[in-house]
Design a protein around this ligand. Structure first.
Ligand code: FES
Ligand code: FES
Length: 160
């Protein structure tokens, strides 16, 4: 398989990787770059566990060829934590509201919430449910996740 060089921004830093041309972004992140926070479930674009932000928009990294992120900005769940170890308000809210059980869906939920709150810090419940609709959670029943995103929105607004 032909190898391709991919230069892109990952969590704010320039990254260069050489990968076979059929490598998927999730495998570049997890296997080549060691960022295991992004999960894989269906690997078919259905469950949302692999969600990352591409230029600020949520994408399923299990169906995105890695070479397509060349010259673009990718944010993973690891990129939300501050350099001094402080968590993002969305991560704090998920903990505070008890919105995590097995945790498998949590990175995907948080990345979708991040994309939403960056664009709209005042989302109503319908918008929150729509934003997370591409991520499947088998544990929580979604109610606490929705509450966590509401709480994170309030925290984001009061920090501005
Ligand atoms: S692992 Fe990517 S959508 Fe399920
Ligand atoms: S917390 Fe287990 S899948 Fe959502």
């Amino acid at each position: 398989m032909k190898k391709m060089e991919v230069l892109f921004k990952l969590n704010g830093r320039d990254v260069r990787a050489e990968v076979p041309s059929d490598t998927l972004l999730v495998d570049l992140l997890r296997d080549t770059l060691g960022l295991k926070g992004t999960k894989t479930g269906c690997r078919e674009g259905e469950c949302g566990a692999c969600t990352v932000l591409l230029d600020g928009n949520p994408v399923n990294s299990c169906i995105l060829p890695a070479f397509k992120v060349a010259g673009r900005s990718v944010i993973t769940i690891e990129g939300l934590t501050k350099e001094d170890g402080r968590l993002d308000p969305i991560q704090e809210a998920f903990i505070h509201e008890g919105a995590v059980q097995c945790g498998f869906c949590t990175p995907g939920m948080i990345m979708n919430a991040k994309a939403l709150l960056d664009k709209d810090p005042h989302p109503d419940e319908a918008k929150i449910r729509e934003a997370i609709s591409g991520v499947q959670c088998r544990c929580t029943g979604y109610r606490k996740i929705v509450q966590a995103v509401k709480t994170a929105g309030e925290a984001t607004r009061s920090a501005r």
